[in-house]
Design a protein around this ligand. Structure first.
Ligand code: ASP
Length: 299
């Protein structure tokens, strides 16, 4: 029996109430798959929807960095038929994941910072700055967490580490959440694809790049499946989590079990979530709340 399927998520730590957006984006992706479009097109459309939603920390909902005004986003796409593109620390665009899909057609695989913005303009992406309401809400929450030092695992940072390394134009004395989005899919031709996008995680210096645009860390796709990760990027990249879970899929381990094994590599104090699709089916697992949705059709 063959199947097509898609999994979408709204980030490690995203509340269950946000599941509707993941369901809607999975539905958009599934329609693509049923109409014989590729897994690559399906995940792109699904992630664009999540970037535009505004609740998730990606695209229009991206968080501020520690200065309370800088927004820098990461995104990536990959397919089992050889497409690979990513942007890191991009700003002033509506859909970083679409810029990543343009990088696929360039001589490179990753573009970052000012170069990625100029590249986006060259490709016709207009200047766009999201509704600051979302970023402001997140920033205020972050400040409260910092100042209270309430032991929230997602924000166990040493404030002094950030002050010592301050690299914004404004002074550090003026200051102090997760919820990346992602999708993985399998199409009728047996191809797999993954797309991920984020405004970053928790407290961030200017220029900080997380796991999201790093192949094998935040995402991976190959002949055995596709994987997307969410959580604290600094931890995820040390374990090459997406490739680790992909290797489990390649050994024949079912997607949900593979995601769980991947997540269990981290102590529970580190929020992590993984979604995956393989030749067998689709699944996800998180050690914290994570809005997510799976849609499959078997024939
Ligand atoms: N992994 C992302 C990052 O560290 C954040 C997230 O998944 O919510 O940038």
């Amino acid at each position: 029996m063959s199947f097509v399927g898609i999994v979408t998520h709204g980030g490690a730590g995203s509340p269950k109430e946000w599941r509707d957006g993941c369901e809607h984006s999975a539905d958009i992706g599934l329609k693509q798959l049923l109409e014989n479009h590729s897994a690559y097109e399906a995940v792109l459309k699904a992630v664009v929807f999540l970037e535009d939603d505004g609740r998730y920390n990606a695209g229009s909902g991206s968080s501020y960095r520690l200065d309370g005004k800088t927004i820098e986003m990461d995104a990536a796409v990959m397919s089992s038929d050889g497409k690979l593109g990513a942007v890191a620390c991009i700003s002033g665009v509506k859909n970083p994941v679409l810029v990543a899909s343009e990088v696929v057609c360039s001589p490179h695989h990753i573009l970052s910072g000012a170069g990625s913005v100029l590249f986006a303009r060259k490709k016709g992406f207009p200047e766009y700055y999201p509704d600051i309401r979302w970023a402001k809400e997140r920033y205020e929450k972050l400040l409260t967490t910092f100042l209270k030092k309430n032991g929230d695992s997602a924000a166990e940072y040493e404030i002094q580490d950030f002050v010592k390394n301050w690299n914004f134009e404004t002074a550090s004395s003026e200051i102090f959440p997760l919820d990346t989005v992602g999708a993985v899919a399998k199409d009728k031709n047996g191809n797999f694809a993954v797309a991920v996008s984020t405004g970053g995680s928790g407290a961030m210096l200017k220029g900080r790049v997380g796991d999201t645009p790093l192949i094998g860390s935040g995402f991976f796709a190959g002949a055995h499946g596709a994987v997307a990760c969410t959580g604290i990027g600094e931890e995820i990249m040390k374990k090459l989590l997406a490739k680790t879970v992909y290797d489990l899929l390649a050994q024949g381990i079912a997607p949900e079990a593979a995601c769980e094994k991947g997540v269990r590599l981290f102590p529970e104090t580190i929020p992590v979530g993984v979604i995956a699709v393989s030749l067998e089916g689709a699944g996800y697992f998180s050690n914290t709340g994570m809005a997510a949705a799976i849609l499959e059709r078997r024939e």
